[in-house]
Design a protein around this ligand. Structure first.
Ligand code: IPE
Ligand code: IPE
Ligand code: MG
Length: 256
């Protein structure tokens, strides 16, 4: 009897879950907190930077898969405004990765019509890092496919502070009335201005926090966490996350 009930339950669960991705409800914007590079390396007895190096391959895999899936914007959290606290050697290594990644991948990204963008505080970055990113932005700015948005030296609290300062200056200069400040006013002053808010946030490595990532923009995003370390993340994991997203019911505070 119990066995029959279990079989029935299993069948019911299976039939209510779409096992396949449906093309008409693909998240427009997927944001990823790529975490666990250091632990991935440690488990293999390797230096932390080996994890970052392998993480780059996952960036490539996931970009191609996202593009094939019809995702429009893929934001990747590469380096936070707090990551400067790490040892200098590690920070230096991380700051070299964008140019290394782009030297290998930019041609293929161009061929695939990907538009590269950078979202973060540019003024603190080493010149070589910024140069590589800005060159990629320039070369891909007319591309109309996937937007690959690197959050580099990005911090959401700083983003909100800067936004408030900007708005306050406009009020001070008499260009804006205090009563006209709305959600959209703040939104349009964020670094993500022009991009839709993420529909789906993925964080790897088992940590269940946002670590100062897109705090405003994630207000109604669907969250998906996995224990997989970022360098092991692949197309199949992305599909799993998107299929799970397609099963969710987004209510935005209303009823459905
Ligand atoms: C994510 O991996 C990459 C960056 C934050 C730059 P970590 O370097 O945070 O790896 P863990 O969390 O220490 O394993
Ligand atoms: C968040 O990961 C930043 C990036 C993935 C770039 P961290 O590893 O820096 O976050 P915490 O310190 O565990 O919160
Ligand atoms: Mg980490």
């Amino acid at each position: 009897m119990i066995k029959r009930f279990q079989a029935w339950l299993q069948q019911k669960e299976q039939s209510s879950k779409p096992q396949e991705l449906t093309r008409d409800n693909v998240p427009e914007h997927v944001a990823i907190i790529m975490d666990g590079n250091g632990r991935w390396a440690k488990h293999r007895g390797l230096p932390r930077v080996a994890g970052h190096h392998n993480g780059m391959k996952a960036v490539k895999r996931v970009t191609i898969a996202a593009n094939d899936m019809g995702i429009k914007v893929l934001t990747m959290y590469v380096f936070s405004t707090e990551n400067w606290k790490r040892p200098k050697d590690e920070v230096d290594f991380l700051m070299k990765l964008p140019q290394e990644f782009l030297a290998i991948e930019l041609d293929e990204l161009i061929e695939k019509n990907v538009q590269v963008r950078m979202m973060g505080y540019r003024e603190d970055l080493p010149e070589h890092t910024l140069r590589a990113l800005e060159e990629a932005e320039r070369k891909t700015k007319h591309n109309t496919g996937l937007i690959l948005n690197f959050a580099l030296n990005y911090g959401s609290q700083r983003e909100i502070v800067e936004s408030v300062r900007h708005i306050a200056r406009e009020v001070e200069a008499g260009r804006l009335n205090v009563d006209d400040i709305e959600e959209a006013t703040i939104h349009s002053h964020l670094l993500s201005n022009g991009l839709p808010d993420p529909d789906l946030l993925i964080r790897t490595s088992g940590e269940l926090r946002l670590s100062n990532f897109m705090l405003w923009q994630l207000a109604y995003s669907e969250l998906w966490f996995t224990d997989i370390y970022w360098p092991d993340f692949n197309e199949q994991h992305l599909r799993e996350a998107v299929i799970e997203y397609q099963r969710r019911s987004r209510r935005y505070g209303g009823l459905q």
